[in-house]
Design a protein around this ligand. Sequence first.
Ligand code: NAD
Ligand code: UFG
Length: 329
Amino acid sequence: MHILVTGGAGYIGSHTSVVLLEAGHEVIIVDNLSNSKIETIDRIKQITKKELIFYQEDVTDEAAVDAIFSNHSFDGVIHFAGFKAVGESVEFPLKYYYNNTVSTMVLAKYCLKYGVKQFVFSSSATVYGENDVPFVETMELLPTTNPYGETKVISERILTDVAKANPDFAVSLLRYFNPVGAHESGLIGEDPQGIPNNLMPYITKVAKGKLEKLRIFGNDYPTPDGTGVRDYIHVMDLAEGHVAALEKLTPGVHVYNLGTGRGISVLELVKTFEEVNGVKVPYEIVGRRPGDIAESYADVSKAKAELGWTAKRGIREMCRDAWRYECGV
Ligand code: NAD
Ligand code: UFG
């Protein structure tokens, strides 16, 4: 298949492009490099020893998107492009609502114009809000605590309505849990600019001595050790989940959780990271971070039953590969 990968120079998009190319698909990436580097495109080629086409364009720019669609005959689109920093979305809501929802509408519009019928969308477990764990796809979505989360809810609704109005349009809404780790070559991974917001990149930078110590946000949650529980998923498993979703896509809207189904606490992750990599991660316990929930983990039975996909890599591999990438960059 010829697949347009938006945001393909970013963290999850680059790993998914590797898996797509290795599965024999043709990959066309469009990314404006607002949160990624051009080198990643060469790294994808280096890992796969395959060619791909890259456009440096903004997917909210209709003329640019129209031109890309007119140059190719796509079988499907995987839409990763978007902004993802929760805190920044509270400070600059319009920037987030605009980029994340307009990009979805523009891409859906040009899919319809050019007869592209398969659309895979990067959603997030954040859409479940404070539902009880494990999160199941059939749950009613509860309000998220930030504009970023709302952009995912709104994009899901937009795509659902587009599919209702166009019965041969096939949409897969993939709700990611917490992607971590890197390709095992160490050539691509997560490289956030400035001080990381997320736990794993913060841990690797503390272990490397680039940051002094980890601040653990709260140890008074109703969880086994009091720290927050999340469903961390290796980014390569997540990438493989996209290819499974794409290859099984049928008309209508399909929602899948992509996680491992297993919750890990902050302290468990820190201890495992130290043990696997033989390094120390100094930490202190501080107050809760506003907007955080106690627990988030997936019911993964639907993806297993319908896509034949399950996460294969465990928490030790996630820690090992995240550290390997940190040591290489
Ligand atoms: P990322 O920032 O590494 O990748 C996103 C890419 O999109 C970047 O390369 C950026 O330059 C590009 N981009 C942003 N806006 C664009 C635009 N208008 N036009 C063209 N390119 C644009 O982020 P990621 O972690 O790879 O996330 C990918 C997707 O998955 C995002 O939609 C994100 O919201 C979603 N998601 C991520 C997580 C996570 O924890 N990483 C969790 C749930 C969902
Ligand atoms: N944490 C710390 N210290 C840190 C960073 C995080 O203790 O420096 C804790 C958090 O309190 C939480 C856990 O580590 O308990 C994971 O935090 P992350 O920031 O790594 O991940 P979140 O689950 O908060 O958020 C992620 C994505 C969001 C997405 C959300 C739900 O970053 O984009 O999952 O899918 F919305």
